[in-house]
Design a protein around this ligand. Structure first.
Ligand SMILES: Cc1cc2nc3c(=O)[nH]c(=O)nc-3n(C[C@H](O)[C@H](O)[C@H](O)COP(=O)(O)O)c2cc1C
Length: 136
């Protein structure tokens, strides 16, 4: 199964998840500045919430996808909302790209909130999740 990891991070929280996921599935974690260069079976796409919306880097990346993507697996961090699954799902639906039902989400530090998150436990859980997605 061919996998790829793309993510957008401002303060590094989602970037930590991206690196744990990429290492677990044996690919490089690249930012949403790097377009997909070839078809993939599964794209792990990481994002977070800023003032209730995903960053426009994420929407630009999705609208620029020009290869075949089997499914997108969402992963995200946020301080208050549950995840970016719904917002990213709408962007994917506009491009007819399937979004997997499974996702990975954990709290991300924001000022005094959720200090240290994602923590080691979160990163281990993200890695285990990614392995399960790829290996079944
Ligand atoms: C400007 C700004 C606005 C934010 N707005 C929200 C928000 O509306 N809802 C929420 O759950 N978290 C919000 N957060 C918290 C981030 O989603 C959280 O810190 C996340 O882990 C950041 O991920 P990153 O370090 O990968 O960019 C906000 C953070 C910033 C910096």
């Amino acid at each position: 199964m061919k996998a790829a990891v793309r993510y957008y991070t401002r303060s590094g929280n989602t970037g930590k998840l991206a690196k744990a996921i990429a290492e677990a599935v044996g690919v490089e974690a690249l930012t949403t500045d790097v377009p997909l260069g070839e078809d993939v079976d599964v794209l792990f796409l990481g994002s977070s919430v800023y003032a209730f919306g995903v960053d426009e880097n994420v929407s630009k990346f999705i609208s620029g996808i020009s290869v075949k993507v089997g499914k997108v697996v969402n992963f995200s961090t946020a301080a208050l909302v549950k995840s970016t699954y719904g917002q990213v799902g709408k962007l994917l639906a506009a491009k007819n790209i399937p979004q997997a039902k499974e996702e990975f989400y954990c709290r991300g530090s924001f000022g005094p909130m959720h200090k240290g998150r994602p923590n080691e436990k979160d990163l281990k859980a993200a890695a285990a999740f990614a392995k399960k997605v790829v290996n079944g």
